[in-house]
Design a protein around this ligand. Structure first.
Ligand code: ADP
Ligand code: GLC
Length: 471
């Protein structure tokens, strides 16, 4: 089957979070299963662009309001990533380093979507499925089905995956002219709550809607920033499919970013060596259990509670644990994490910023990974932690609920119910007890490294879903 994914992120070309990991690995596993899966994304001016060779395939223009943006489509050459990667260069909009957070993001991503379809409508052989991811590609299902100039694409079934329903991309009707002209009869298909909403439009127009875990699918019918009734109405064409991980990129036996590789047999010495490296770098003590958090420092992840949790836990159990944080996000959380350092020197450290290599060493060297998320559509961190023998300490929500079972229920992780300081602190204390029960802890490490979260299963689930709508 010929499948095209359209996305704002794709690892290793451009990554802000888990969306990139998914779009950078799902197509590879679909190809391994015998399909022809590729990705279309914007051509950002990142290091990846400078370090790789591209071939120009097409050039065209995308008319947005009064602007006519010329664009070029490139194909990645000498491709080591396991699928074809096409990127669209749009001067003036994507010749920047960051992926998001510019004042003109609405215009940028609409132009990207229009350019992608302007190119696709010229293809000799059309895709059998167009699979879009998150609100930045949310107008594609609408445009394919309802815009006259894309008539050639009209019958292509579209799938839309919600990775994060918190970000919906709404904007006012004063900017409706950004979209190509369409019959006013269809206006309801782009509207939600008196605004233009690309996420709502995708949920209305895609042939199938998926979320990245079954529990998240159940939760968003109750809570998703105002879209709940729409999700409930469209439940019949919706399904939760749990993400997988790329077990070649995330493999402690071969991961080139680690200080020392290890297998199931050598997990104790391997983790010890990586922990030592971390402790040397961050002035921590290898003998104490090492708790970490990796991720965006935002309320969604429960990161706003970390400073207080760290303060209370380290004040009470001063010399019994170490904490290391890697993340960036809201300024006040970054500042509060920094402010704690002088008080807890030798027991606590934070690295504010994005660092791919460091994240790998932390998954390998830490004992416990904290994920107190308020909302977690799937979460990949806990899956990486499991594969690297690091015990997840998670709040029961979304994908965390679907992938981590508490040790009290014959499981392998530590779970708590509420995203509040007291619950998180309690969970940390339970984890410290587990660390002290050294034999049980070692057994759990071995057990979690063997859990299979590779894409093999989930890639096929998507294929089965495509089969039900394919022409
Ligand atoms: P989300 O996409 O909501 O941020 P996920 O758990 O799905 O959360 O994925 C986060 C991804 O981003 C993981 O690959 C994680 O290792 C990575 N990541 C997040 N923050 C950082 C950081 N500061 N440095 C390096 N990697 C990070
Ligand atoms: C989003 C979600 C995260 C999920 C990721 C990949 O960023 O916040 O939970 O793992 O997408 O699907």
């Amino acid at each position: 089957m010929k499948i095209v994914h359209i996305s704002a992120e794709c690892y290793p070309a451009a990554k802000a979070g888990g969306l990139a990991d998914v779009v950078g690995s799902l197509p590879k596993y679909q190809n391994i299963a015998g399909h022809e899966s590729s990705v279309i994304m914007p051509h950002y001016y990142t290091r990846f662009r400078n370090d790789n060779l591209f071939e120009q395939l097409f050039q065209g223009s995308a008319k947005i309001g009064r602007h006519d943006y010329p664009f070029k489509v490139f194909k990645l050459l000498q491709n080591p990533i396991g699928f074809e990667l096409f990127s669209i260069e749009i001067p003036g909009l994507f010749d920047r380093e960051r992926i998001y957070s510019y004042h003109d993001d609405t215009e940028r991503f609409i132009t990207f979507q229009v350019a992608a379809l302007n190119w696709m409508k010229e293809w000799e052989i059309l895709p059998e499925i167009v699979h879009c991811h998150d609100q930045h590609t949310g107008f594609v299902p609408f445009m394919i089905a309802n815009i006259y100039e894309y008539g050639r694409l009209k019958e292509i079934p579209t799938v839309f995956t919600i990775h994060n329903g918190q970000y919906q991309g709404q904007f006012g009707f004063d900017r409706m002219h950004y979209l190509p002209p369409f019959h006013s009869f269809f206006t309801g298909l782009i509207e939600w709550d008196k605004a233009i909403n690309p996420l709502a439009s995708a949920i209305k127009c895609a042939w199938e809607v998926t979320t990245v875990s079954p529990s998240y699918m159940d939760e968003i019918g109750e809570s998703m920033n105002g879209l709940e009734p729409l999700l409930r109405a469209e439940r019949g064409k919706s399904k939760g499919i749990l993400n997988g991980i790329d077990v070649e990129v995330w493999n402690p036996a071969t991961d080139a970013m680690l200080e020392k590789n290890y297998t199931l047999k050598t997990v104790e010495s391997g983790k010890k060596a990586n922990k030592k490296w971390l402790c040397d770098q961050f002035n921590l003590d290898t003998k104490k259990p090492l708790f970490t958090f990796i991720g965006r420092l935002v309320g969604e992840k429960g990161a706003d509670l970390l400073p207080e949790v760290i303060y209370q836990t380290l004040s009470q159990h001063h010399d019994k644990l170490n904490v290391l944080i890697l993340g960036s996000g809201e300024r006040h959380i970054e500042q509060a994490l920094w402010d704690l350092e002088p008080q807890f020197k030798g027991n606590y450290c934070s690295y504010i910023g994005y660092n791919e290599k460091l994240s790998h060493v932390i998954y390998a060297g830490a004992d416990f990974l904290l994920m107190p998320s308020r909302v977690e559509p799937c979460g990949l961190n806990q899956l990486y932690a499991l594969r690297y023998g690091t015990v997840p300490v998670v709040r029961r929500t979304g994908g965390l609920r679907d992938t981590v079972t508490d040790i009290g229920d014959q499981g392998f992780g530590i779970c708590h119910d509420q995203c509040v300081t007291w619950d998180i602190k309690q969970a940390i204390e339970r984890a410290m007890n587990l660390y002290d029960a050294a034999d049980e802890f070692k057994n759990i490490r071995k057990q979690i490294m063997q859990i299979d979260h590779s894409w093999n299963r989930a890639a096929l689930e998507y294929i089965e879903l495509y089969q039900t709508i394919k022409k």
